[in-house]
Design a protein around this ligand. Structure first.
Ligand SMILES: *Cc1c(COP(=O)(O)O)cnc(C)c1O
Length: 354
């Protein structure tokens, strides 16, 4: 266990009511910081009170978006302990994102130890009501005061945490999604496989349009052919078609989700045939109209598994599994959440106790 210096907050904030928690608005008392400087490398890992950062207006992150982030959760187990889910996968993926964005890679063990030290200090903030968790947001920003376009020489790694309520307060209600024909989220050769803020900035307009029309999420098509399904909102997407599961392959414009990987590993373990391949909107809607699309769901850390009940594309509208959650979707949700919250055994060694 690595030790980091801790500066404690003088006063601690009151904990919010776990029943009325809103996603991502309440932050805990402390944060983890670590600096990078050319010649010095990553150094000065420390825990300090959660507070505004002081940056020059010319800091590079504000202008050219040299930035990456991650999203993960800490869960309260029935015995009262706190555990993380595949946290090293997040750290490794963050480094993949860094490589694409010309940000120096983090020392993986130090980064993970920093996250663990922070969550350990903030463990009173991990709520215990059913379905609640502590969301962890590690991110790196370029801090050079310069508006010249080049890689920064200084960076800040920061980890903040916020308690989050149950994603599904009224059960797993399937959502309506809409195929976006105009905007694209990512293209091959771009940054689609990284978690970088720029991808999200470019996705907000389509999401806002979908919401205006009463849809919960956008179904993204690939940016080159405008033909193949890539993701749903900020989740990976899976379809059960003729008893087999199909998910878009990782072509470079699809984010390699840890929930996606976990679902694929579970499905294969259950003896279900899984295909990672291109699937066009045309093929998908034709299968749905022929009654062959049995289930559809999104996967991601926030929702875990999110059933899709209806899909729209131009003038076409198709319902899926009678607008109810499908059996396989439910089994994935129950198994994954059981492992994450420690109410089920973890034969895969995915959880890390603090
Ligand atoms: C984070 C993210 C996902 C889901 O990844 P998980 O590791 O499962 O949380 C999917 N798509 C996009 C675009 C994402 O940013």
């Amino acid at each position: 266990m690595q030790e980091f210096p801790i500066t404690r907050a003088e006063t601690l904030k009151p904990k919010p009511d776990p029943k009325t928690l809103v996603f991502g608005k309440t932050f805990t008392d402390h944060m983890f910081l670590m600096n990078y400087e050319t010649g010095k490398g990553w150094h000065n890992g420390r825990i300090v009170p959660y507070a505004p950062l002081c940056l020059e207006p010319s800091a590079m992150v504000f202008h050219y978006a040299q930035e990456v982030f991650e999203g993960m959760k800490a869960y309260r187990s029935p015995e009262g302990g706190v555990q993380l889910f595949r946290p090293m996968d997040n750290v490794r993926r963050m480094n993949e994102s860094c490589e694409r964005m010309c940000i120096p890679k983090l020392p993986e063990e130090t980064a993970l130890e920093g996250i663990k030290a922070l969550v350990r200090l903030e463990s009173d903030w991990v709520p215990s009501e059913s379905g609640t968790s502590l969301y962890i947001r590690p991110f790196i920003i370029a801090t050079d005061p310069s508006v010249g376009v080049h890689a920064s020489h200084t960076y800040l790694f920061c980890v903040i945490c916020c308690p989050v309520g149950a994603y599904y307060k009224e059960g797993l209600n399937p959502v309506r999604i809409y195929v976006e024909n105009e905007d694209v989220r990512a293209v091959k050769g771009g940054t689609g496989y990284t978690k970088c803020g720029g991808n999200y900035a470019a996705s907000i307009r389509a999401s806002a349009r979908a919401e205006e029309q009463g849809y919960a999420q956008v179904l993204w098509l690939d940016g080159v052919h405008r033909k193949y399904i890539e993701e749903v909102g900020s989740m990976n997407v899976m379809f059960k078609l003729d008893g087999e599961v199909i998910t878009p392959e990782l072509t470079g414009s699809v984010l390699p989700g840890i929930t996606r990987r976990s679902c694929l590993e579970l499905l294969r373990d259950w003896g279900i045939t899984v295909h990672e391949r291109l699937i066009s909107a045309e093929e998908l809607f034709a299968a749905a109209q022929a009654g062959r699309l049995e289930e559809a769901w999104g996967t991601g850390t926030a929702a875990v598994v999110s059933p899709i009940g209806e899909m729209g594309w131009k003038d076409l509208h198709v319902g899926i599994s009678g607008g109810k959650i499908g059996g396989l979707t439910q089994k994935l949700y129950d198994t994954l959440t059981g492992i994450q919250w420690g109410t089920e055994p973890d034969p895969y060694g995915w959880t890390v106790k603090l």
